[in-house]
Ligand binder design. Structure first.
Ligand SMILES: [Zn+2]
Length: 486
């Protein structure tokens, strides 16, 4: 009797097991016919609502276009177990710090932007507008690394290997350690990576690569995110340094590099507009070094060339003794760069006068114009103001405030600012002039380029330690500034 019961229990357990095996909870049955195993699910990025297929509007929160395809939990668990080696917690005093070995590319502008070279096992995203020269830059970089004996694989989903070769010939990139591969399927690509075991990989571009495990189109948020996560995994497990190229879409949001910024180690943006020869590589995130470092390049027929002294270039075409022009030493990462800021103030025919800017924040300019009107007595309420940073560089630091104020006043009064003068400092709403960081470094750069006079905040003068070989004038308010300058 007891044995029978056990047998019965056993068989029911077996039956249950069988049932479970036959019908795992991620299998869809339809009219008794088992359909393919469903591995992905669409998740609302706003509220987390899950749906088996894509929906235009989320039933959970009512937001439009918020669904992104993701792998289901089960698929994720399978993958996770296979790829992660077992790690144990370690006592902090037992953790050995390995000195990271950086690989220098020899392109010093690029190395500096990365924080001193390429870190093995790092995932670096290079973003920028299409056609700005990202592929050219990275090809030049990996060609140098390959020449140093590091096996490199350049994977392109956009060009054939012949096209890459032609581009490489233009910039005379040629090395026996540089491999080219044209492909778009991540799984295929990873097989090829195993075959040649490179130390450096380039993926051009992340938007063209897709994984088989998701059904959504290449370039969609789900795909881009999943492919990036897998490449990140590959980089960490194998120690291969991977460069991803990502195109910024106009609105920056849809599958643009913005989505990826948090899941990679380093984000570099390649900036500049088509009409200028200069390109700026800027680090906006760096797990292995300082951010906001920049590298300056010049686009030539045979590729990008480093610009060793950017200040000289940005001031090269400065016009002589014209009103509405001033030079500012601004900090880009750890180094000072001198740029010219131009202003044009003219009568407005509009009810609301324009505040148009290139290279600086228009809101900042509106604010400074208001301060100049109220505290400096310069009436700009019926004037259009145009501000331009010469050379196509973008500046985002408060040190330019005083420069913007001076150049705007200069254009309004039609009186040029002395050519030998640099002006910088932050301006508050009550018209007070505040000190900014790295005053000494900025002044030294100005001296190096032949400037002999500077206007800065009074407080900054007190903290100057070294001897500066120029006339340094301190001002505490914009009224004082206007008196000294004009
Ligand atoms: Zn929702």
């Amino acid at each position: 009797m007891m044995a029978d019961e056990r047998k019965c229990l056993l068989s029911s357990a077996q039956l249950n097991k069988h049932e479970k095996h036959k019908k795992p909870n991620n299998t869809v049955t339809h009219g008794g016919i088992e359909l393919a195993r469903q591995k992905t699910i669409f998740v609302c990025q706003n509220c987390g609502y899950k749906a088996p297929k894509w929906l235009g509007r989320c039933p959970g929160c009512g937001v439009w276009n918020s669904f992104v395809e993701e792998l289901t939990e089960i698929a994720h668990q399978d993958r996770g177990r296979r790829q992660h080696p077992l790690v144990r917690p370690q006592r902090i005093d037992k953790v050995a710090i390995e000195k990271e070995v950086r690989q220098k590319t020899g392109l010093s502008e690029f190395d500096r932007t990365l924080g001193g070279g390429v870190v093995p096992g790092s995932l670096v995203l290079i973003g920028g507008d299409p056609g700005i020269g990202k592929s050219t830059l990275i090809l030049q970089v990996v060609q140098r690394l390959a020449k140093r004996g590091l096996r490199t694989l350049y994977i392109s989903g956009e060009e054939s290997v012949q096209q890459i070769k032609m581009r490489a010939e233009r910039i005379s990139a040629d090395s026996s350690e540089l491999y080219l591969l044209s492909g778009t399927c991540l799984e295929d690509v990873i097989d090829r990576i195993d075959e040649i075991s490179p130390r450096i990989i380039v993926v051009d571009s992340i938007q063209t690569i897709f994984t088989d495990s998701l059904s959504s189109a290449p370039g969609s948020i789900g795909q881009v995110r999943e492919v990036t996560n897998r490449l990140m995994n590959l980089a960490k497990v194998s120690g291969i340094a991977i460069f991803l190229i990502g195109h910024v879409t106009k609105d920056g949001a849809i599958a643009g590099p913005k989505v990826l910024e948090h899941s990679v180690d380093t984000v570099l943006y390649f900036e500049g507009d088509g009409s200028h020869m200069y390109r700026i590589l800027r680090s906006v995130k760096n797990r292995y070094g300082p951010t906001n470092e920049i590298g300056v390049f010049e686009m030539m027929d045979n590729g990008l060339e480093e610009v060793g002294n950017p200040s000289r270039i940005f001031l090269e075409e400065r016009s002589m003794d014209v009103s509405g022009s001033v030079v500012i030493p601004c900090m880009e990462g750890s180094r000072p760069i001198l740029v010219e800021i131009q202003a044009l103030v003219c009568d407005s025919s509009l009810a609301i006068p324009r505040r148009t800017t290139i290279g600086v924040d228009p809101n900042r300019v509106s604010l400074l114009a208001a301060v100049l009107a109220k505290r400096g007595g310069v009436n700009l309420s019926d004037k259009d103001i145009f501000i331009n940073v010469a050379g196509g560089i973008k500046i985002d630091e408060p040190a330019i405030d005083l420069g913007i104020i001076s150049t705007t006043a200069s254009s309004f009064l039609n009186k040029p600012i002395a050519r030998n003068t640099v002006i910088f400092g932050e301006v508050g709403l009550s018209g007070e002039v505040r000190g900014v960081s790295q005053t000494e470094l900025r002044l030294k750069e100005a001296v190096k380029l032949g400037f002999s006079r500077s206007l800065i905040s009074k407080k900054s003068i007190k903290i100057l330690k070294g001897k500066i070989d120029m006339e340094v004038i301190g001002v505490s308010s914009i009224q004082e500034l206007l008196e000294v300058v004009f």
